[in-house]
Each structure stands twice: as C-alpha cells, then as structure tokens.
Write a protein that binds this ligand. Structure first.
Ligand SMILES: NC(=O)c1ccc[n+]([C@@H]2O[C@H](COP(=O)([O-])OP(=O)(O)OC[C@H]3O[C@@H](n4cnc5c(N)ncnc54)[C@H](O)[C@@H]3O)[C@@H](O)[C@H]2O)c1
Length: 385
C-alpha cells in the first residue's frame, strides 16, 4: 500500500517510527463504548481520530458528527486511509479477530477492546499475523495505566506490604442485560462474566504477581434465557450460551495464588473487589474497571487502614491508545503489549476448560508485568507535535 500522506512521504502505512506528528487513528465499531473512547481520543493531542466505521454506517456517521470526526463509512474506506496508523477495534467480541486481521493486512497497528479472541487458536492466529506483519495488536484493559491502579501497584512495588502472597477478587452482579440495549453478545460464546469482566481482574493480578502457571475452577449457569431491560429491544428474551458464574483458583509462576469470582448471578452487587495480602500487610485496590480511586493500606499491626489517594492520570478508555501511539513513534514496546492480552485470554480459556473438565489446567503462555508509569505521566500532554 502506498502512503500518500503529505506528512509522511511515501512510507508504508504503519512505518510509524519513521513518521512524525500525531498518530492517525480510525475507530471501527460505533456502539455503546465508543462514546467513552471518542471523548478522550478527540482531546488527546498525540492522536488524531480521522474516521469512524461500522457495518451500521448511519451509526458511524452519527458518532462522527457528534465527536467532530472528519470521515465515516465502511471498514474498507477506513482501511484505505494511509494516514490511519492505528485501528481502534470496538466491535463485538465475535468480530475482534476478523477485524484485527483485516487491519493488519492493510498495514495498520491495532488497539482492540477485550477479549483478544474467543479461543486460543484464533488468538494464536492473530498473534502470529501481527508478528509476521511487524505490527502491534494490543487489547484493553488499559485501566491499569490509570491513577487508581498505578497507585495501588506502586504501593506494592515500593515494598509497603513486603512480598505479595495471595489475592482475592470478586465481581458479582445480576448481569448487564438490565442496562445494555444489545446485551446478547455479553451472554454469547466469548463473553459471560469470565471473558467480559475477567480481563480487568486477571490483568491486575498479572501486574501484581506476574504470569499465571495453572488454574482450576467451577462454573454454573443460572438461567437458559435472559430478558433485555432497556432500549428499543426491551422485553426481548435471548439465549444464554455461556456460564454466568465462574469461581477460579489461580496459581502464579512465582508460587503466589489468588481466588476469583466472576458472576452475573448475584442480585447483590459486589464489584471492584481486589485485595492483595503480603508478608507485612494488605492492600485493597480500587475497582480495576476504573482509572481512578483510592488505595487502602492495612499495614502490619496498624489498627486503621491508611488511605492512599490516587496519583496519576484519571483519563479513561483510550489512554492505552496514546501509550501505543507514543511507543510507535519512539520505536519502543507499549505498556499494554499484545503478549499481555494473549496471556490473559489464555488464562480465561484455561479457567473455562478447568471448570468444564473438572481438572487443573496448565497455562503455557507467559508475560512480564509492565513497568510502573512515572507519577506525572499524562496522556493529554502533547509530545509528538
Ligand atoms: N459497553 C460497555 O460498557 C463496554 C465497556 C468496556 C468494554 N466494552 C467492549 O467494547 C466492545 C464493544 O462493546 P459495545 O458495548 O460498544 O457493543 P455494541 O454492540 O454497542 O457496539 C458494537 C458495534 O460494533 C459494530 N460491529 C460489529 N461487528 C462489526 C464488524 N465486523 N465491522 C464493523 N462494525 C462491526 C456493531 O454494528 C456495533 O455498532 C466489546 O468488546 C465490549 O466487551 C464495552
């Protein structure tokens, strides 16, 4: 593909280390979560959102109009724009791999919503295609780049509880069908609480403890159908294809362990619970699905917890896209590497398999935790002008 950009001469799309200036972005998928991405990506000076695509083209056009984005239309039109270097893939999980492969074939880097893929085979296909194309495929969550989780991670990495030994995470809700206007995909193969919500908790645990070595789990499905609770399809019944409750026991390569519940089967909501016990104390994290929130430190022997205010950026989704854009310009690895999303997917698939088979499953992939951000790191700073 020939690059016709005035800014970049005749380089190939994606040869971003040789380009200068803000990085061109195209968004594929103009659904519910696109507002949050666009609210941030349209104010970060290091990226320029040039085009929004969706199979529902009027939906893409409405989002482009709302957020002041110049172009909208089909995926093919988006991929033909050589000034788009990063495709932000906000489609439904079943389309993630197909859309990412299309973007790679057009020479683009990809930032995608979670999960990376629906199964290990298509995840490996995507990982190998990215390597062959010399492009990055990174996947949410980027919540751990936010002030909340960075402060909690810093508290542990500064040695405030000694060596972290074990973790407990809980996500329990009645399920998202009450508020999401098209919740069918959240109960389809590749979603459910494990694949939809698990990435936030498992990514956080990997940042604390390092890579997972093996898992065991149980699973259940409370109801065969659910009913849409909001929007034009309210009252419509749809099938539940996946377990709506997973309880997992996770063992890390370090020898540390964690217990995690991922549930759409609890009338009583209890979400965002991440507690890490160390040799000399316990850290209570803020919600790993958020970019902000205080950390609580229970030091050994202290009667009351110390509240540690979050320090860092509180911008939300899209933060990882800026980190990727800057890394591409610098020729460095970004802080949410594809290998992290691949490992987290591998862990989730392993939890599902462990529950199905009633046995422990060894996790073969691995990844190192990402380096902590400097306290003043700011996705809204202009660094590529
Ligand atoms: N809704 C949330 O609160 C939320 C939060 C975090 C992450 N996410 C993730 O974001 C992704 C999208 O979720 P959503 O809630 O915005 O879904 P949604 O159903 O509201 O929107 C998805 C959009 O993608 C489009 N699409 C589907 N397949 C496509 C394809 N092949 N090519 C082009 N467009 C295609 C659909 O037409 C739709 O407009 C999911 O992976 C989800 O897990 C959602």
């Amino acid at each position: 593909m020939t690059d016709t950009s005035t800014a970049t001469g005749t380089q190939q799309a994606g040869d971003t280390t040789r380009r200068t200036g803000p990085v061109g972005v195209g968004v594929i998928g103009a659904g519910v979560i696109s507002d949050q991405y666009l609210s941030n990506l349209t104010v970060f000076p290091d990226v320029e959102v040039r085009f929004i695509a969706d199979i529902d083209e009027p939906r893409a056009a409405a989002q482009a109009e709302k957020w002041g984005v110049a172009g909208s239309g089909s995926v093919e039109q988006l991929l033909a724009d050589d000034d788009i270097e990063i495709v932000v893939n906000l489609t439904i999980p079943a389309a993630h791999v197909e859309v990412a492969l299309q973007a790679l074939a057009a020479g683009k880097h990809v930032w995608g919503e979670k999960p990376y893929a629906l199964d290990r085979e298509s995840a490996a296909q995507l990982r190998d295609a990215a390597a062959a194309a010399d492009r990055t495929v990174s996947v949410a969550p980027d919540t751990f780049l936010g002030a909340g989780l960075q402060t909690a991670l810093r508290t542990i990495r500064d040695g405030r509880i000694g060596t972290p030994l074990n973790g407990l995470t809980l996500f329990q809700s009645p399920g998202p069908e009450s508020w999401h206007p098209s919740p069918e995909f959240l109960f389809a193969y590749g979603a459910g609480p494990l694949f939809d919500i698990g990435p936030y908790y498992i990514t956080t645990l990997v940042q604390v403890f390092g890579p997972v070595a093996k898992v065991t789990a149980t699973a259940s499905t409370s109801r065969a159908t659910r009913t849409i609770g909001s929007g034009p399809k309210a009252g419509t019944e749809f099938p539940v294809e996946v377990p709506t409750n997973h309880s997992a026991l996770i063992q890390f390569e370090s020898g540390a362990s964690a217990q995690s519940v991922f549930s759409f089967e609890s009338d009583r909501g209890r979400t965002g619970f991440v507690e890490i016990a160390g040799e000399q104390g316990t850290v209570v994290f803020p919600d790993p699905n958020e970019f902000d929130g205080d950390t609580e430190l229970y030091s050994h022997g202290a009667e009351e917890p110390e509240t540690i205010p979050a320090v860092g950026s509180t911008y939300s989704r899209g933060t990882g896209v800026v980190d990727l854009a800057r890394a591409l310009r610098a020729g460095e690895e970004n802080r949410v590497p594809g290998a992290l999303a691949f490992h987290v997917l591998d862990v989730m698939v392993s939890i599902a398999e462990a529950a199905e088979r009633g046995e422990t499953v060894l996790v073969e992939s691995t990844v190192a935790p990402s380096p902590t951000l400097p306290e003043g790191w700011d996705p809204a700073a202009s660094t590529l002008a």
